[in-house]
Ligand binder design. Structure first.
Ligand SMILES: Cc1ncc(COP(=O)(O)O)c(C=O)c1O
Length: 378
């Protein structure tokens, strides 16, 4: 679609995602499972999956079976692991679409095995161990017995074993080292018993950088793939490139007289004659309804006045002479010399970059910058 006619949109730089993926491969020296749950962290499965398969990505991870099925609309080849819970109802579909599921309790594992056996098939599964996240997974003390039992269960093929770190992005390594010790203990026993599954994995983005000893057979990267920092304590190297920008059009510009209220609750009142712009983006696009937002117009920062409305924000244009209806406004991303990072926005909204990008609403068209337009890809 011609960008000229768009009012409010997300621009997704697929070349940046490919570039970041290659950096993660080079740094980890491992196959990289691209974590593309939550619509590829808001970037859009339909754009991200073809871009990843184009450069030979072999694994991706999603949270739900519905997301795995969505992935299959774009790639038959990429291996897909559902990281969250899947109801046994879905086993037939998972088999038909060659999707791997996570198992973390005997009852569900048996239900999966029964379904698969009934169909004369073997379901691919990864066993999950809870080494200290306090979320999904069998506890370390029961892990070896669980895996031994799983491996003997007809109907399942245990191809993977994994855990997840709770604090790999923090400056104190102790909690993650403890998780690694638990995991390594289990692996040692399984290896001695010749029960070590083919794919052992643990690292999220932060751990790829902070705990090289925990890369095992595969690393699982989400946030870094999109060029966003795992945390303030674990910033990405400057070679990574953010992939998402939120953009909208300036749709109205007018001068309001002094003492004019702007927006619901008149949370801003003009002091003088002021040039007020209306931008077609609001909280129903994913902008947080707080005071103190800023945007870029002509590459310069302009304050958002009052609180965002559902579909629009009002901005102060006195510092940006020449701004006119139809101009592009950047809520986050780059514009000329100006840049507003997702991290800066997250701080204003009292949250983390993960939440900012995953909260970009479905109504926003995702406009993909084709990798072949990217300088690196020729
Ligand atoms: C099980 C699992 N692995 C990997 C990831 C990717 O984490 P990150 O985005 O920090 O790389 C997530 C995301 O939360 C996850 O839940």
């Amino acid at each position: 679609m011609d960008e000229e006619v768009l009012t409010t949109w997300l621009e997704i730089d697929l070349g940046a995602i490919q570039h970041n993926y290659r950096l993660l491969q080079a740094i980890s020296q491992r196959p990289v499972m691209a974590v593309i749950k939550a619509n590829a962290y808001g970037h859009g499965i339909g754009g991200v999956v073809p871009a990843l398969t184009q450069i030979g990505a072999t694994w991706c991870g999603v949270a739900r079976i519905e997301e795995a099925l969505e992935v299959r609309r774009f790639s038959r080849e990429i291996q897909v692991l559902v990281l969250g819970y899947t109801h046994p109802f879905w086993v037939e579909e998972a088999l038909a679409q060659d999707i791997s599921l996570t198992v973390f309790d005997p009852q569900t594992a048996e239900a999966y095995a029964n379904q698969a056996r009934g169909l004369g098939r073997e379901l691919r599964v990864h066993a999950k161990v809870d080494t200290g996240m306090g979320r999904l997974g069998v506890l370390p003390e029961g892990a070896v017995d669980f895996i031994r039992w799983l491996m003997a269960l007809p109907g399942l093929k245990v191809e993977g074993l994994y855990t997840h770190f709770a604090r790999a992005d923090e400056s104190d390594p102790a909690p993650t080292l403890k998780q690694i010790r638990h995991f390594d203990g289990i692996l040692e026993t399984l290896t001695a018993l010749k029960l070590r599954p083919r794919w052992v994995h643990a690292s999220n983005s932060a751990a790829i950088f902070n705990f090289p000893q925990a890369r095992y057979d595969l690393v699982r990267a989400g946030i870094a793939l999109y060029g966003l920092h795992p945390s303030p304590e674990t910033p990405l190297p400057s070679s990574f490139r953010p992939a998402m920008a939120l953009k909208a059009r300036l749709v109205s510009v007018k001068v309001l007289p002094p003492e004019s209220g702007v927006g619901y609750g008149h949370r801003y009142v003009t002091r003088d004659h002021e040039r007020i712009g209306v931008v077609a983006a609001g909280y129903a696009d994913g902008i947080r309804r707080v005071l103190g937002n800023e945007v870029l117009v002509h590459g310069q920062k302009a304050p958002v006045l009052g609180t965002p409305c559902m579909d629009q924000i009002m901005i102060q244009l006195d510092g940006v002479m020449g701004a006119a209806p139809g101009d592009e406004v950047v809520i986050f991303g780059r514009q000329g010399e100006g840049f507003i990072s997702v991290e800066e926005v997250a701080e204003r909204w009292g949250t983390i970059n993960y939440e900012v990008v995953t909260n970009m609403m479905a109504r926003l068209p995702r406009i993909y910058i084709d990798p072949k337009d990217d300088e690196e890809n020729g």
